[in-house]
Design a protein around this ligand. Structure first.
Ligand code: NI
Ligand code: MN
Length: 225
C-alpha cells in the first residue's frame, strides 16, 4: 500500500486493487507535479469540505475516471446537482465498509462553504476521515482547529495521522502537538503548511517536539505503508 503526497492536504492512497484520492488540490497548486490524466485509475475521491483548496480538481478527476466521491450529504448534493457525478454521502460519526476497507467520517472544526459562480453555497459540516485499507489505519484531519474529542480517536489505533500545522485557518504546530498527544497515532505526517505565505510553518520544529514519530513528506513523495 502506497501513500503519495501531492502537497497541501492532497494525498493518493493505493494498493493493487484500489486508488483513492483525498482533497485533490492539484492544478492550482504550483508545487504539485501530478496532472489530471496521470493516474491509471481513480476509484474514489474523498473530500473533507467545500473550500477550493480541498475540492481542488475533484470534478475533473471524477469525470475523467468515473470516480465515486465520498463526502458529506450537502457536498454530495452539490456534486450531483451541478455536475451529475457519482457520490457516496456519509455524515459525522458514520462508518461504511467499502470494498477497499472502511471509512469513518469524523468531526472537524472549520467551514465548508462552496464558492460557485461568485456565490457561497452551503456545504454542510467539514469533516475528517479515518480510512482503513490493508489493515493500515489513516486519519486525515481535514482542515480543523484543535478540539478535545480528538481524544476519542486513540481508540481507533491510528497508524498514520495526517494533521494540519500551518495555522491561520487550522491548527498551528503547538496545537498540532496537543492533537498528537490526544490521538496517539504511531506516526504523524504534517500537512496544510507552506502552500501560501499565510500558512508558512516549519515542520522540523513540530518533528522535534512531537510525542509520535513524525514523517515529513515532500510534495510528490511516495512512501510504503
Ligand atoms: Ni478549508
Ligand atoms: Mn484548506
Amino acid at each position: 500500500m502506497i501513500l503519495e503526497y501531492l502537497g497541501h492536504s492532497a494525498y493518493i492512497i493505493s494498493n493493487n486493487n484500489y486508488t483513492l484520492a483525498i482533497d485533490p488540490f492539484m492544478t492550482a497548486n504550483p508545487a504539485c507535479h501530478k496532472k489530471i490524466e496521470d493516474f491509471e485509475k481513480l476509484d474514489y475521491i474523498l473530500v473533507t469540505h467545500g473550500h477550493s483548496d480541498h475540492i481542488g480538481d475533484t470534478v475533473e478527476l471524477a469525470r475523467h475516471y468515473n470516480s465515486t466521491i465520498i463526502c458529506n450529504f450537502e457536498l454530495g448534493h452539490y456534486f450531483e446537482k451541478y455536475y451529475g457525478l457519482n457520490v457516496h454521502t456519509m455524515h459525522i460519526g458514520g462508518l461504511y465498509d467499502f470494498a477497499f476497507g472502511f471509512v469513518k467520517m469524523t468531526n472537524a472544526l472549520h467551514g465548508s462553504g462552496i464558492i460557485h459562480g461568485g456565490e457561497m453555497i452551503y456545504g454542510g459540516n467539514p469533516c475528517g476521515f479515518v480510512i482503513s485499507m490493508d489493515g493500515v489505519t489513516i486519519y486525515h484531519a481535514g482542515d480543523t482547529g484543535l478540539f478535545g474529542d480528538m481524544n476519542l480517536l486513540q481508540r481507533l489505533n491510528i497508524d498514520y495521522a495526517l494533521l494540519p500545522i500551518g495555522g491561520n485557518y487550522t491548527m498551528d504546530t503547538s496545537d498540532a502537538l496537543l492533537a498528537s498527544e490526544m490521538i496517539k497515532a504511531k506516526n504523524v505526517i504534517p500537512m496544510h503548511y507552506g502552500t501560501f505565505p499565510v500558512i508558512d510553518s516549519d515542520p522540523n520544529i513540530f518533528k522535534d517536539k512531537c510525542s509520535s514519530n513524525v514523517i515529513i513528506l515532500n510534495t510528490n513523495a511516495k512512501i510504503n505503508l
